[in-house]
Write a new protein. Structure first.
Length: 393
C-alpha cells in the first residue's frame, strides 16, 4: 500500500525545500543517515532532475541549548511555510515538565491524521506464524481525545475547583477518592470525527481496499467513543452512499479490546482502520510488534485540507544506545519513503523500500533486527545506510 498518498497536494516541483528536525538521542545518528539514503534514491530515480533542499529546524534539546526554548516559533513558522517536513524522535517527559513537543506540532499545525501503515518485510523475524497477513493502514485522530492535554494535577487549586464543579454543579457522585484524584477531560467532536473518517474512506476507495473499520470503546464511553462510532457511520451514509450501495465500500466497527485480539487471530480481515487518539497509539504499536517491532514502523501527521504533513520516526529517543552507532534508522527511512510518495516521487520511494527488503532477506540489518534473523549480520547505523544505498545500485 502506498500509505501516504494524499488527495489534494499539488504536484511537487523539481526542487523541494524540506524542513527537518534532527531529534534528540538517536535522532542525531539516524537523521544524517536518512538524508543520505533519500538523496541517493532521488538522484538514482531522477538522474539529477529532482532534488531535496534540507533545511534544519530546531526543536528539543538542541533548540533548548541554542535558544532556551524547546519548540521555537521560528521552527513552527518554517513548517507553516513549507508544507512537507520530517522529524526525528523528541523527548517527551513522563509526569511533570514540558508537554509533548510531538503533540504540540500536531495541534499547532492541525495535523489531524496520524497515518501509520503496517506491513511485513520478508526476512524480518515476527512473533506471528503468518506475518504476511498483516497489511493495514491506521488513521489515528491526532488532535482530540485525552491528548488535548486538558488535565489538572491532584492537590492543585485547579483540581479542587474542577472537583467542586463536578460535584456541586453537575451532581457527580461516582468519584471514588475525590480529594486525592487528578482529573482529565476527553473531548471528541463531530467535526474531528468526520474529517478523520472521511480521509480514511477516501484512502480506502482510492486504493481499492474493501472498507474501513471504526475502532472504539463506545460500550463504556458512550458519548465520546460511542459518538465517534455513530458520527463515523453517519458520515459514510451521508457522503458515500453510492459507493456503499455499489459494494465498493464497507464500513464496520469493533470494540477496541476485541480488535486487538482479532488482529492477532485474523489480521487479514482488516485493511484501513479509523480510530481515536489513544486507541490509535495502542493499536499502531501492537501492529508494529506483529511485523517485527516499532523500529520498522513509519508514520506521518497530515492535514489533508491544507496539505501540511510532517513525517516522523515513530520510536523514542533511546538514550541508552545514543552515540553508539547501533540505532535502527528504518522507521525514519520508511517515513521518508512515505514523504516521497506524498510528493508523488513514487520511484524514489520504491527504491528505498525495495532496497531495505533486499537487505533484510539477506539477514543484514541493525542489531535489534539481525539478532533474530537466521544467520543475521548486525550492521551499525551508518553501515546499514550504506547497505541500503548499495542495494539500490
Amino acid at each position: 500500500m502506498e500509505a501516504s498518498k494524499q488527495q489534494h497536494l499539488p504536484a511537487a516541483p523539481e526542487r523541494v525545500i524540506i524542513p527537518f528536525i534532527e531529534g534528540d538521542g538517536v535522532g542525531r545518528e539516524i537523521m544524517p543517515v536518512c538524508r543520505r539514503v533519500v538523496d541517493h534514491a532521488v538522484a538514482k530515480a531522477y538522474g539529477g532532475k529532482r532534488s531535496l533542499d534540507w533545511t534544519e529546524a530546531l526543536a528539543g534539546e538542541k533548540a533548548f541549548n541554542a535558544t532556551g526554548n524547546r519548540l521555537p516559533e521560528e521552527t513552527m513558522n518554517m513548517f507553516r511555510e513549507y508544507p512537507v517536513g520530517i522529524k526525528g524522535p523528541l523527548t517527551t517527559p513522563v509526569g511533570g515538565g514540558v508537554r509533548s513537543l510531538n503533540v504540540a506540532l500536531r495541534q499547532t499545525l492541525d495535523l489531524y491524521v496520524c497515518l501509520r501503515p503496517v506491513r511485513w518485510f520478508r526476512g524480518v523475524d515476527s512473533p506471528l506464524k503468518e506475518p504476511q497477513k498483516v497489511n493495514m493502514v491506521v488513521f489515528r485522530e491526532n488532535t482530540e481525545d485525552i491528548y488535548a492535554g486538558i488535565e489538572w494535577q491532584q492537590g492543585t487549586p485547579e483540581a479542587r475547583k474542577f472537583l467542586q464543579f463536578l460535584t456541586g454543579e453537575m451532581g457527580v457522585t461516582k468519584i471514588r477518592f475525590p480529594e486525592t484524584s487528578s482529573f482529565g477531560v476527553k473531548p471528541v467532536s463531530i467535526e474531528g470525527t468526520e474529517r478523520l473518517v472521511r480521509a480514511a474512506i477516501k484512502y480506502a476507495l482510492k486504493n481499492q481496499l474493501p472498507g474501513v473499520t471504526l475502532v472504539h470503546k463506545g460500550n463504556i464511553m458512550k458519548f465520546t467513543e460511542g459518538g465517534f462510532k455513530n458520527w463515523g457511520y453517519a458520515l459514510a451514509e451521508r457522503e458515500f452512499a453510492r459507493e456503499t450501495a455499489e459494494g465498493k465500500l464497507v464500513i464496520k466497527d469493533v470494540i477496541a479490546d476485541a480488535f486487538l485480539q482479532n488482529t492477532l487471530l485474523t489480521p487479514e480481515k482488516y485493511s484501513v482502520i479509523a480510530t481515536l487518539n489513544l486507541n490509535g497509539d495502542y493499536i499502531s504499536d501492537q501492529l508494529a510488534a506483529m511485523v517485527g517491532g516499532i523500529g520498522i514502523a513509519p508514520g506521518a501527521n497530515i492535514n489533508y485540507e491544507s496539505g501540511h504533513a510532517v513525517f516522523e520516526a515513530t520510536h523514542g529517543t533511546a538514550p541508552d544506545i545514543a552515540g553508539k552507532n547501533t540505532a535502527n534508522p528504518s522507521s525514519l527511512l520508511l517515513s521518508a519513503a512515505m514523504m516521497l510518495e506524498y510528493m508523488g516521487w513514487n520511484q524514489a520511494a520504491a527504491l528505498i523500500t525495495n532496497a531495505m527488503e533486499k537487505a533484510f532477506i539477506k539477514g543484514e540489518a541493525t542489531h535489534d533486527l539481525a539478532r533474530f534473523m537466521p544467520k543475521g549480520k548486525s550492521l551499525g547505523t551508518v553501515q546499514f545506510g550504506d547497505k541500503i544505498m548499495n542495494e539500490m545500485d
